[in-house]
Design a protein around this ligand. Structure first.
Ligand SMILES: [Zn+2]
Length: 591
């Protein structure tokens, strides 16, 4: 493969890395141990003020916005069983029951797999009639099961968490503020989570006969003003083009591992990139979001909505910073990155930490609120505890804090952060960002995505068999792969030219436009500037129902075939558009 990264700015990278210091970030972390940063609260505003004060002191240009975000903040919940009150937490967007509560008979649906712990996975399939009942399940109460059991007529839901502590969470499938396409999906029934010991006791009682329980839930729901902070550091050669680096500063409780460490990282990045802005070719925007925990990424989604056109035109990449630098998190083996950024990320991590890394397709989670615009993204969570250590400690999978189970509980305190790990992760962010900001060519390789598409299409086509025709998509992909090879073959002649060279610009424009086409088709179905539901989204989601074709029959079989026919058209058309983008760029470069 042709190298896409020109290391001539290695001295700039060295300067930036040498500038890194724990002073500013660690002071933020210590300050945040005293702030319960639930969105809409005074503590959240105080945290915002702290960040703004630091930016002012450092002379970093920034804006503060105050959008009204639609939030659901848990106040208090409990579960009453045979007159005894059991400790419980409600996920955001459970309804409030009022003082009388919701009473009903419990029906226990044992989970058959660990899928119950996956927050975004499909609901456990069950033919049991749950209408009018309160379902009892293992898991975290993520959006898919909550929606599925509500639709089956359950009047309430209880989730048994895997450990002794109860984790906070959010159960709506709506991403950010609701619109006409999705407001009807907001949950209409109460949901609580309880500890594992309390759950096991309830399961025991059910063995002796029916049990009736009452759910009491209270949440504060509504549109609340919350500060969004965006630092804007201008590059010198191509200032209109920018990388968006971002993370949430609201948290459950004082949330140190999730996500004071991320906020500290963002502040240190703002400090050093501002200090050396004369050495940056392109601009970097650094954003701190509210409304992540109780608004399903409401802050980042607001930004994607309000600055959608600007992002579509000029955003090179988005980098989410959530839960870096946690205790015992010394490895990189489940790093989120889009396929086109994989080689680039691996190289940078290796260069500045000496460590190998493994990654995966980004989950439909975190503040990945920019997929519908089609922006290349890398990172979300970053370093993690070694697998053996997690096993040794008996830890179950969680969604942050370097895989420490203090995640989303009262235990996520100062001890969850680790200064050395934070400084090592900061090196990763500095190197990757510096390279995107300064490299003449955007170092993203869409040929890797083309190869992934080939695998994805093949797996769907094999599953569908003779009942669906994937050939138009395969044909269009072959053409696209040829066009991409032609485009990338130009990189060696461009790699040493200045950022402002017109052929370099044509190449980079094509990289952005390829993302707008191919990321949209690979991660979304609702189209540009809309939002996807917060559920697991498979690759090329238009074609994923191919996997259900074999076990379908009659009417549903024809429905799925129709869906796939339309899906193949969408995917093939997107590949054709991407082919034209690459071909036009080659023509301009040959000019
Ligand atoms: Zn987080």
């Amino acid at each position: 493969m042709v190298a896409l990264y020109n290391p001539t700015k290695a001295s700039v990278e060295e300067t930036l890395l040498n500038e890194l210091s724990p002073d500013v970030p660690w002071a933020l972390i210590e300050r945040f141990t005293t702030l319960v940063r639930e969105s809409g609260s005074d503590d959240e505003k105080e945290a915002a003020q702290y960040i703004v004060d630091q930016l002012k002191a450092l002379g970093v240009p920034h804006e503060v916005y105050n959008p009204d975000l639609f939030l659901s903040v848990p106040v208090k919940s409990s579960l009453v069983v045979n007159g005894k009150t059991i400790r419980a937490k409600s996920p955001s967007f459970s309804i409030s029951t009022g003082p009388e509560g919701v009473t009903g008979e419990v029906i226990y649906l044992p989970s058959t797999s660990s899928a119950a712990l996956d927050l975004l996975d499909v609901a456990p399939v069950s033919d049991v009639d749950v209408a009018g009942k309160i379902v009892l399940l293992e898991g975290f109460g993520g959006p898919p099961p909550v929606r599925a059991f509500e639709q089956k007529g359950a009047i309430g839901q209880i989730y048994i968490n895997p450990g002794v502590d109860i984790h906070w969470g959010i159960c709506t499938t709506i991403w950010g503020a609701p619109d006409l396409d999705n407001f009807h999906r907001q949950p209409k029934t109460p949901v609580v989570s309880i500890s594992n010991p309390d759950g096991q006791a309830l399961i025991e009682q059910l063995k002796n006969g029916p049990v009736t329980v009452t759910l009491h839930t209270e949440l504060k729901e509504g549109w609340m003003p919350c500060p969004v902070i965006v630092a804007d550091i201008k590059g010198t050669e191509e200032p209109e083009r920018f990388v968006l680096v971002h993370g949430h500063y609201d948290s459950w409780d004082v949330g140190i591992g999730d996500n004071a460490v991320g906020d500290a990282t963002l502040l240190e990045l703002a400090r050093i990139f501002n200090l050396h802005k004369d050495k940056l070719a392109r601009s970097v925007k650094i954003a701190w979001w509210p409304g992540h925990s109780t608004g399903r990424y409401a802050g980042s989604t607001w930004f994607a909505d309000y600055f959608g056109l600007e992002l579509a035109r000029n955003c090179i990449a988005q980098v989410d910073i959530d839960s870096p630098g946690c205790r015992w998190a010394t490895e990189y083996y489940e790093v989120s990155w889009m396929k086109e950024t994989e080689e680039f990320c691996k190289q940078a991590i290796k260069d500045v930490t000496g460590l190998d890394s493994e990654g995966e397709r980004p989950h439909q989670a975190g503040d990945y609120s920019f997929n519908n615009i089609g922006i290349s993204g890398f990172f979300m969570l970053l370093s993690e505890m070694p697998r053996e250590l997690r096993k040794e400690k008996g830890y179950y999978p969680v969604g942050g804090c370097g895989m420490n189970i203090a995640w989303h509980t009262e235990n996520d305190q100062l001890e969850i952060a680790d200064k050395d790990n934070l400084m090592r992760d900061l090196r990763v962010y500095v190197a990757t960002l510096q390279r995107v900001l300064n490299n003449p060519l955007h170092p993203f390789d869409f040929r890797l995505l083309g190869a992934e598409f080939q695998e994805t299409l093949t797996s769907y086509a094999d599953a569908a068999g003779a009942d669906a025709n994937f050939q138009p998509a395969f044909d269009a992909l072959s053409e696209l792969q040829v066009a991409l090879e032609a485009l990338y073959s130009k990189s060696s002649q461009l790699i040493n030219r200045p950022v402002t060279d017109s052929a370099v610009r044509a190449y980079n424009d094509a990289i952005l436009e390829l993302g707008r086409e191919l990321i949209q088709i690979n991660f979304t179905r609702q189209g540009a500037f809309r939002t996807e539901p917060a559920v697991k989204i498979p690759p090329l989601p238009d074609l994923a129902p191919a996997k259900q074709l074999a076990e379908s029959s009659g009417h549903m079989r024809n429905v799925i075939r129709t869906h796939l026919l339309r899906g193949v058209n969408r995917v093939a058309w997107s590949f054709e558009n991407a082919t034209k983008i690459a071909q036009r760029a080659v023509a301009k470069i040959e000019g």
